[in-house]
Design a protein. Structure first.
Length: 197
């Protein structure tokens, strides 16, 4: 059993709730918004792959490796994306945040910063994590900028560790935040969100 247990988290009109098959229709519509599966450097599925995407997330949850959330706009109840804790290492209190993608119409809004604040706050303040890590494709420059904007430190690059959708071999950029860094990063994220409001 993973030390990450089912939880709902909400702030700023954004709700994170455990991903289930009930989110299939909403998540399918979210990936169609911007045709996200055509972006070479993201993990978003094609519309006809969303059911399997959810199946995989639930299977990984059973093994304690991943806990996926649906990202929901509270005012409308619309599913606008997904994000996960993954590579969960309970013995060293370490998780990664990833498998994150959002409908195009909420990209470059407060949604991603809010989700990261919710997940980091829960990881450090409830789960007692020592390290929270994030990773992205070496060519996903938008994601790298977003992670760096959070205040995460770049740990390095893992070369040739994954295949992309187009079967090219991916290098992965690794970032992390330590529990000692969290108070300053939390204040930074709250400040970013107050500027948005």
């Amino acid at each position: 059993m993973s030390f990450v247990q089912p939880i709902q988290l909400s702030k700023n009109g954004v709700l994170l709730e455990p991903l289930t098959h009930e989110h299939l229709h909403g998540l399918t519509n979210a990936c169609k918004d911007g045709e996200l599966w055509k972006v070479r450097v993201t993990s978003a599925p094609a519309p006809d792959e969303v059911k399997q995407y959810i199946n995989t997330a639930l299977e990984q949850k059973q093994h304690g490796h991943r806990f996926a959330f649906a990202v929901i706009e509270q005012s409308t109840g619309q599913v606008i994306g997904t994000t996960s804790y993954h590579d969960i290492l309970a013995n060293v209190k370490r998780v990664e945040i990833g498998y994150t993608w959002y409908a195009k119409h909420v990209q470059r809004t407060h949604v991603n910063t809010t989700c990261k604040l919710l997940l980091l706050e829960h990881a450090f303040e409830v789960l007692g994590c020592h390290i929270v890590a994030l990773r992205t494709d070496i060519f996903n420059f938008k994601s790298q900028r977003a992670i760096e904007r959070l205040g995460a430190k770049k740990d390095g690059v893992i070369r040739g560790n994954a295949l992309r959708r187009d079967n090219t071999i991916r290098d992965t950029v690794m970032y992390s935040i330590s529990s000692s860094e969290w108070p300053n990063i939390k204040a930074h994220l709250i400040d970013l969100l107050s500027q948005h409001a």
